[in-house]
Design a protein around this ligand. Sequence first.
Ligand code: E4P
Length: 217
Amino acid sequence: MKFFVDTADIKEIQELNDLGLLDGVTTNPSLIMKSGGKIADVTRQICEIVKGPVSAEVTATEYPEMMAQAKVLAKIANNIAIKVPLTWDGLKACRALRSDGHMVNVTLCFSANQALLAAKAGATFISPFIGRIDDMGIDGVELISEIRTIYDNYDYKTEILAASVRTVNHVKQVAMLGSDVATVPPATLKALVHHPLTDKGLAQFLADWAKTGQTIA
Ligand code: E4P
């Protein structure tokens, strides 16, 4: 499973990229707002760091304006994936942008039928928001399983990009279900390394090592 990081925080992106962990980045208008920078500047900086797809989202809701914004965003770098919402106009923009050779991430997906439409529109990525479904008291991870089945049934090439990932358990679950990508906030990505038995075992080894009085180098 590929890891994308879900942030517009340049320092976090740089650190995770230096570790060789990043296959891409997703941003959205809320994350750009949090970064405090201008969308073009922030997105350009991200694309200078990360080689994989960097999603940049349109903020228009009508097809002609979406296309105009998409053209501006696409010019920022060759690895931009244009993010469009899962609406009729978004699907129309998806089809047109794919025909023009751009990567497209169809976002705000909350049902398997929406994901089916995105695949038929030729989306490069579909972003089901599992955490926001959990927030409604419904199991969001189940949606990944439904989409996996449908895409495999018909051999759709659209990649499932699990989004709104909130916990380390989400990461494990979507990986087990065959999500192609998970976009994960930096803190959750870093939390994947932790296990209490690792900490306990390391403390024990270090304590015993100290008792030997030896040094290695
Ligand atoms: C995905 O591309 C979105 O940016 C993101 O995962 C949304 O997550 P949230 O529900 O935590 O805001």
